[in-house]
Ligand binder design. Structure first.
Ligand code: 8YV
Length: 334
């Protein structure tokens, strides 16, 4: 049932690009004049442009590239892009700002799930979980042997966290329980009390962090500053026994340089949830046994997706009622 029209607050017209949880779609239909994408039919560029010409609020996801041309071509009525997801690198924020379009995201509700998947990769790569699973699945396991499937111990190693925001800290909390020592690099040093909570050592440069690290995990947003942040030069600073975990965004690690380092034994392994050209995976990575690969599933829980939907709804409602939405993406991202 749609909410009773209030002449003072016109019901916003909302278009959602992907199929969300049933309860989220139903609630959106009750509250707003919503077109959901039931059936999840992919929206190509022409359909995205058509949708953006015809709504007040547009709800994309990471799979929609909302570039400057699309934003400039949007209808004058488009005033809010309420992204379903925390990362907003697929939206041209400068173009949105220039058009006076507010952008919101869904932070906070996917922190713990993403940290869990990160921790799973941190454990999987040194302990060769992917290789072990493949051995069993392929029927190639010949039985226990003293030297069978040896990996490296997790406890006592140094975890390097690049980006100590919400997710970085949630990873640190978990990693401590596994006996990892916590090292981090962040634009701003954390208060001493927070460092003490994690027993964390701050490195004032990313280069310094890389040199001190056995397992590097990346938790920075993808923006102009972080593009190819881990490039060939930085990879060369890392220990050959080290590995990299990336559950943030593909373009932060230079994929070609990473592959080269792995192929040449200059890096011991990688655990990847995100990719430069999702869903395409470079075939050279597929050939590397020391790479654990998963399909951008860091936040993929039923609970998380519900909470993300609720955040999108809350942002739209606040905006529609004339308030600043709680998760407005601010200048720092641009
Ligand atoms: C989301 C993510 O599922 O929120 C993010 O930034 O990377 C994912 O976990 C995706 O972005 C949904 O749009």
């Amino acid at each position: 049932m749609r909410r009773a029209p209030n002449p003072k607050v016109p019901t916003p017209r909302v278009i959602v690009t992907r199929e969300l949880a049933d309860t989220v779609m139903e609630r959106m239909e009750q509250l707003f004049d919503t077109t959901n994408n039931r059936g999840d039919v992919p929206m190509d560029r022409a359909r995205l442009a058509g949708a953006m010409a015809d709504c007040d609020v547009f709800v994309p996801t990471v799979t929609d590239t909302i570039d400057a041309a699309l934003i400039e071509g949007a209808g004058a009525r488009l005033k809010l892009i309420a992204n379903f997801g925390a990362g907003v690198n697929h939206i041209d924020l400068k173009a949105a700002r220039a058009r006076g379009i507010v952008v919101t995201n869904t932070p906070g509700v996917l922190t713990e799930d993403t940290a869990d998947i990160t921790m799973a990769l941190i454990l999987s790569v040194p302990r060769r979980l992917g290789e072990g699973e493949k051995l069993v699945r392929d029927g190639a396991w010949k039985g226990w042997a003293p030297s069978g499937m040896l990996g490296h111990r997790i406890g006592g190693k140094a975890l390097g966290i690049a980006g100590m925001g919400r997710i970085g800290r949630a990873v640190a909390r978990r990693a401590r329980a596994f006996g990892l020592s916590i090292h981090y690099h962040n634009r701003h040093r954390l208060p001493e009390t927070v460092e003490a909570e994690f027993g964390a050592t701050w490195h004032d440069t990313l280069d310094g962090l890389l040199q001190a690290t056995d397992i590097l995990t990346i938790h920075t947003p993808r923006n102009a500053d972080s593009e190819n942040m881990i490039d060939a030069r930085r990879l060369a600073l890392m220990r050959p026994t080290a590995c990299i975990i990336n559950t943030a965004r593909g373009g932060i690690v230079d994929e070609d340089a990473l592959i080269e380092a792995l192929e040449n034994g200059r890096l011991a392994g990688a655990g990847l949830d995100v990719w430069k050209f999702e869903p395409e995976i470079d075939p050279r990575l597929l050939a590397l046994p020391n790479v654990m690969m998963i399909p951008h599933m860091g936040s993929a829980t039923y609970e998380g997706r519900m909470a993300m939907g609720e955040k999108v709804i809350a942002n739209i409602r606040m905006w529609a009622d004339g308030h600043r939405p709680p998760d407005q993406v601010l200048e720092g991202w641009v």
